[in-house]
Design a protein around this ligand. Structure first.
Ligand SMILES: Cc1cc2nc3c(=O)[nH]c(=O)nc-3n(C[C@H](O)[C@H](O)[C@H](O)COP(=O)(O)OP(=O)(O)OC[C@H]3O[C@@H](n4cnc5c(N)ncnc54)[C@H](O)[C@@H]3O)c2cc1C
Length: 591
């Protein structure tokens, strides 16, 4: 039989990057500046990637407005992670943070300024001075549009450095050879419906999060976990997928995010009695306790009948006392969102908010160079030719709960580190490895099934059932029964994914085909989440089943690894040894 790949157009690059968010574009910039040929694929125009929506800030211990140092940041991140974060990676990130931010500044990123010209920094949840003594101002901000400023800066620099963008291209599947090495991806050009093979000496995934597997989410429509789906189908494990962050303040009913920066600027959460209830749960950190803790406290208020509104189902975020001037200067987009989505002007009235899915702590396991690591040889052996950075990866700096502002930091620190590592690696490789004869078969067979479908369910009916199952069975409050039911429900939905019907078979800009392909990725992430969550019998960070109220370090201080084939789980130890400093040993997490 003639190999299918021969009939497909092929393009060759030193590096193929899937994803043009902050992490993908930080990596591509490093590579393009070093003179490598780099292509960056994105389902949307680069500056519409979800990074553009980041509001509050990027964390770095610059100490511009209050005393600070990287070791305090390191301590806060470990404690925030509920000790599931790897301390070598956390040290790497917190040490690099000031340089990473100054680099952005020198590229022209328009940060807000203090009177002395330094970068403006605001307080943020879980970020403290001297190991929890008092809040510290560590979040470097460009008003409440930090991600917008960051992404546009990186895009401009990439254009200047001649990075090649493949806009509105969707990667379909990884290409691996018999040695297990990664040789590139198959991809769909949305404009024409044509499929290509993109070969790279190295392939880097920067595909972002998968918040769209939940019904109530702050995430963009494109956040369907494509990188995770492709990795899982190609036989790679997904790490710590039970840990999903609920952001305390999504606009009730709409999901749109109200940044933690609002509480950083002095905003207060109040229950139906007008009480500032966080004082009871977290006497020191109050409204600026980490997100898992604040979300659960809000949930507790609602369960105990102190929720607001006719259904007592939300909480109020009051910032009226901050003053019109600060709101207009520091939080202009928040005011606009509140007026548009909640019909309140926060200068005068509080904003109705509720915990909403925001961020996945888990992802494709990597080391600090961004290399994807396999599950053999103590889970440390890097996969040849495969890197992952940003929200789709799990390095793991966020552990069981991410601190606000540490994601934007993660993107630029590890995007740059991966870029540097690839530069060294690619220089040693003279030629591309030959493609296997069946390089594109898997992706083409998946497309073919959709092409030949003549009956079956609509994609969005099945996607809706994924979202409602996840919302109900993997939410803020988890019980063993809910999660066990969730596992069987999601497996039933997974069966249905294989039989969806693509009614519109047209080629040009067929968004129905794209959505059907996204569905296949969403279900991998949903299964990974449900199965990993059901298995973990303790409360840690964002995962808190009511039967297991305590953290159990003896049995569960370890990372989960989920394999798509047979929903198999295995585990690996947490790296408690930092690179140069002493470990921060596990202790109770109080605020
Ligand atoms: C509303 C909101 C506010 C936030 N605020 C903050 C904040 O203030 N501070 C902070 O630290 N963090 C914040 N976060 C988190 C942070 O913004 C994200 O974790 C981060 O931006 C993700 O960046 P990324 O580079 O990993 O991916 P993204 O920016 O999500 O980009 C993913 C890219 O992958 C592409 N892609 C995906 N699948 C495919 C495919 N199959 N083929 C081709 N391309 C593909 C997309 O087109 C896109 O270009 C916020 C998140 C949200 C949702």
């Amino acid at each position: 039989m003639v190999a299918i790949k021969n009939s497909l157009p092929r393009r060759r690059f030193d590096v193929v990057i899937v994803g043009a968010g902050g992490s993908g574009m930080r990596a591509s910039l490093q590579l393009a500046r070093a003179g490598l040929s780099v292509c960056v694929l994105s389902k949307v125009f680069p500056t519409r990637s979800h990074t553009v929506a980041a509001q509050g800030g990027i964390g770095a211990s610059l100490g511009n407005m209050s005393e600070d140092n990287w070791e305090w940041h390191f301590y806060d991140t470990i404690k925030g992670s509920d000790w599931l974060g790897d301390q070598d990676a956390i040290e790497f990130m917190c040490r690099e943070a000031p340089n990473a931010v100054y680099e952005l500044e020198h590229m022209g990123m328009p940060f807000d300024r203090n009177a002395d010209g330094t970068i403006y920094q605001r307080p943020f949840g879980g970020h403290t001075a001297n190991h929890g003594e008092k809040p510290v101002q560590r979040a470097c901000a460009a008003a409440d549009r930090t991600g917008h400023a960051l992404l546009h800066t990186l895009y401009q620099q990439n254009v200047a450095s001649k990075t090649q963008f493949f806009v509105e291209w969707m990667a379909l599947d990884l290409i691996r050879d018999a040695d297990g090495d990664v040789l590139g991806v198959t991809a769909l050009e949305m404009e024409t419906g044509d499929v290509y093979i993109l070969e790279g000496k190295t392939t880097l995934f920067a595909t972002g999060g998968a918040g769209r597997i939940f019904a109530a989410t702050t995430n963009a429509f494109i956040n369907t976990g494509d990188g995770l789906g492709m990795a899982a189908r190609a036989g790679f494990a997904l790490q710590d997928m039970e840990f999903w962050q609920f952001h305390p303040t999504g606009v009730a009913g709409a999901g749109v995010l109200i940044t933690e920066g609002v509480r950083g600027e002095g905003g207060i959460l109040r229950n139906a009695d007008g009480e500032r209830f966080m004082e009871r749960y977290a006497p020191v950190y109050k409204d600026l306790a980490p997100r898992d803790f604040v979300s659960r406290s809000m949930g507790q208020e609602i369960i105990e009948g102190r929720g607001v509104g006719p259904n007592k189902d939300h909480i109020l975020l009051d910032l009226s006392h901050i003053g019109a001037e600060t709101i207009k200067k520091r939080l202009p987009s928040i005011r606009e969102i509140a007026i548009r989505f909640a019909n309140v002007d926060p200068i005068k009235e509080p904003i109705p908010v509720v915990p909403t899915i925001h961020y996945q702590m888990g992802g494709i396991p990597t080391n600090v160079h961004g290399q994807v690591v396999g599950t053999s040889k103590g889970h440390k052996d890097p996969v040849n030719g495969f890197y992952a950075v940003g929200e789709c990866s799990c390095v793991s700096v966020h552990g069981a709960n991410r601190l606000g502002t540490n994601s934007l930091l993660d993107l630029v620190v590890f995007g740059r580190a991966a870029g540097n590592h690839i530069i060294r690696h690619v220089k040693e490789i003279k030629e591309h490895k030959p493609l296997p004869a069946d390089a594109a078969d898997f992706a083409l067979s998946r497309l073919d099934r959709l092409e030949k479908s003549s009956s079956g369910e609509y994609t969005q009916t099945v996607a809706g059932d994924i979202r409602s199952t996840m919302q109900q069975h993997a939410g803020v409050f988890r019980t063993e029964k809910l999660m066990a039911e969730g596992v069987s429900k999601i497996k039933e939905v997974a069966e249905r994914v294989n039989h969806v019907h693509l009614k519109d078979k047209s080629k040009v800009f067929n968004t129905a085909r794209v959505e059907a392909l996204e569905l296949a990725n969403m279900i991998e992430v949903a299964r990974a989440t449900m199965v990993s969550a059901e298995a973990r019998k303790e409360s840690r960070g964002a995962h808190a089943p009511s039967e297991h109220k305590q953290r159990d370090d003896e049995n569960w201080l370890r990372h989960t690894l989920w394999h798509s084939e047979g929903d198999r789980l295995d585990y690996k130890p947490v790296q408690l040894q930092p690179l140069t400093v002493a470990t921060v040993p596990p202790k109770p997490r109080i605020f």
